[in-house]
Design a protein around this ligand. Structure first.
Ligand SMILES: *Cc1c(COP(=O)(O)O)cnc(C)c1O
Length: 390
């Protein structure tokens, strides 16, 4: 292949394995020889190391990010039918967890610059049944946590952070996962910290909440075969924990590499923003972005996507990039309130205009720690050329 047609992958989890191969192979061999495949020292080691990374007293490893959210909500005391205010512009795992925990998702629209829930919209969505606020640090940019503190009152409203895309991000020096009642992380392979399988983590400063999550992940056991409550089979396995410990040591450097790529994109795309052809993602003052995804907005300038039968400008650009071997993504094309799964909520088009607009405009460019500068340069050049003619 020539440089012109070389494929540029949007994500590349195998490159992380290659970069740490000897250490990962040794860690996996260590677990396989130990006979401790569920629970044990690898889990405890990862929990201690991840808690230290986030600067929180407790971290509890679980099977997935969705279970991290579900267990954190239950452990925070979500009552049956309790309302959880969250974003409609996120992955469905966020709201699955709310409903599986017995709650009810109530949507609040997002801010156009950070894609995180708008504190004003959250305040307007609070009712006497609100039990929790669930901000999503989408793409790795922390939500406006200071403005999302629940109003003081007799009822406790928990703040559960969906940090599944934001390992290592911070706001005014405070790490995500340590700002709310609890933080929830996913170790899905393509996340900033990814397993070679599934995994998740709950972080918290609340010892009782951590203890309850430990119990919930393990069939509600308080001691062997004594079940204080019905729980779940929601444990992380030791092989994944051992792999994650190797990768966690590199996470800071890998996030720095993401920052460098984001800076390169920002510089090369500035000219396109000046022309009004796209909008680059922002990083608010005091924010350290984890750059899980680099999402640009490509507006269609009044030409409504699909309305006149023509694809949106964003979709045209995406197809053109793919034609040159450059993979991009759309996170996410349909906001949750417009998903068939939530049709029964009866939320029509126009209910959350910022989320709907974001769904029409966002395009995520290749972003992973092993993307080379010359690949990012090629993406920026191809994007400029595609916009020129779209
Ligand atoms: C990945 C993700 C989840 C779910 O994590 P899983 O480990 O796949 O269950 C939840 N919320 C957001 C925002 C995510 O990106």
């Amino acid at each position: 292949m020539t440089a012109e047609t070389e494929r540029v992958a949007a994500l590349d989890p195998a490159a992380e394995y290659v970069a740490a191969r000897e250490e990962i192979d040794a860690a996996v061999a260590r677990v396989l020889a130990s006979g401790r495949y569920v629970g044990g020292p690898e889990i405890e080691g990862l929990e201690a190391e991840f808690a230290a990374f986030c600067g929180v007293p407790h971290a509890v490893a679980v099977s997935t990010g969705t279970d991290a959210l579900r267990f954190a909500l239950i452990a925070a005391g979500l009552p049956a039918g309790g309302e959880v205010v969250t974003s409609p512009f996120t992955f469905i795992g966020t709201t699955e967890a709310i409903h599986q925990a017995g709650g009810r998702a109530v949507f609040a629209d997002i801010l156009p610059d950070t894609f995180a829930i708008d504190p004003k919209q959250v305040a307007a969505a609070l009712t006497p049944k609100t039990a929790a606020i669930l901000p999503v640090h989408l793409y790795g940019h922390p939500a406006d946590m200071d403005a999302l503190q629940p109003p003081a009152g007799p009822r406790r409203i928990a703040v559960i952070e969906d940090a599944c895309q934001a390992h290592g991000a911070s706001l005014h020096g405070r790490m995500v996962g340590g700002m709310g009642t609890a933080g929830c992380f996913s170790f899905y392979p393509t996340k900033n910290l990814g397993a070679c399988g599934e995994g998740g983590m709950v972080t918290t400063g609340d010892a009782a909440l951590a203890a309850r999550v430990r119990r919930l992940r393990d069939h509600g056991q308080s001691e062997k075969y004594l079940h204080a409550e019905e729980g779940y089979n929601g444990r992380l396995d030791a092989v994944q924990a051992a792999i994650l410990r190797v990768k966690l040591k590199r996470l800071w450097d890998w996030n720095e590499r993401r920052r460098a790529i984001a800076a390169l994109y920002a510089e090369r795309l500035a000219r396109l923003e000046e022309r009004g052809w796209l909008r680059r993602p922002s990083e608010r003052p005091g924010v350290k972005h984890a750059w899980h995804l680099y999402a640009v907005r490509i507006p269609s300038e009044g030409r409504d996507a699909g309305a006149d039968g023509r694809p949106s400008r964003r979709d045209q650009v995406r197809a053109r990039l793919l034609g040159q071997g450059i993979e991009t993504g759309i996170h996410y094309p349909v906001p949750l309130h417009r998903q068939p799964a939530y049709a029964s909520l009866g939320l029509a088009d126009g209910s959350f205009p910022e989320s709907e607009r974001a769904a029409r405009e966002v395009l995520t460019l290749p972003m992973h720690p092993h993307l080379a500068d010359r690949q990012a340069e090629r993406v920026a050049q191809a994007l400029a050329a595609a916009l020129e003619t779209a």
